[in-house]
Design a protein around this ligand. Sequence first.
Ligand code: SF4
Ligand code: SF4
Length: 220
Amino acid sequence: MERRVNMEEISDGKRYTGNDLVRADCHDCEGCSACCRGMGNTIQLDPMDIYRLTKGLSMTFEQLLASAVELQVVDGLILPNLKMTGETMACSFLNEEGRCSIHPFRPGICRLFPLGRIYENGTFQYFLQTGECRKQNRTKIKVSKWIDTPELPVYERYISDWHYFVKDLQNRARTPGQEALMRTFSLYVLQAFYAAAYETREPFYPQFYARMEEAKRRLG
Ligand code: SF4
Ligand code: SF4
């Protein structure tokens, strides 16, 4: 979820790339599951998260919506996020041992935490959120290893492309006279990028970019 914050207050003041070392390694969390509880609707899911979840769990997007995922309107766009449930408002994928039951295909934001992304000039860099992770004495780890995602440069390009595409749509949704059109387009985005099943035996990126090209053609 995009936030407008004072970077000096929430970070160590540095920016990181995938090749940098960052003090983020909480050593497999060791009994802590704090950031899997009480997160409200902040763990937003991008199309690749849905590809990974539907593939890993052999579930459809509709089945995810009936269980662990919910929808919210974010600046005029309907987007999915992980749902927090139960007395402790925990993620549905947190098991009884307090571990993530979908670790190999957990969403991108879960892979990133306690890092964040700062978007500028058509791209982004990583930053360390200093007040978010409960674990003391975190050690240094290479950002690429922490994020644990294959083909990191390709993934980062995709993250940028998706972010700025969504941002553009959200800006249009705020433009006087565009509201009704964007409400229709918001439903289209939900259907095209999330609800329409991905072929999970095929790579994600070509499918995503085909959908992106079609969406841009429709939007003009
Ligand atoms: S707060 Fe830190 S140590 Fe605790 S679960 Fe989250 S990342 Fe792991
Ligand atoms: S998907 Fe896993 S890591 Fe992410 S919030 Fe849920 S339990 Fe935690």
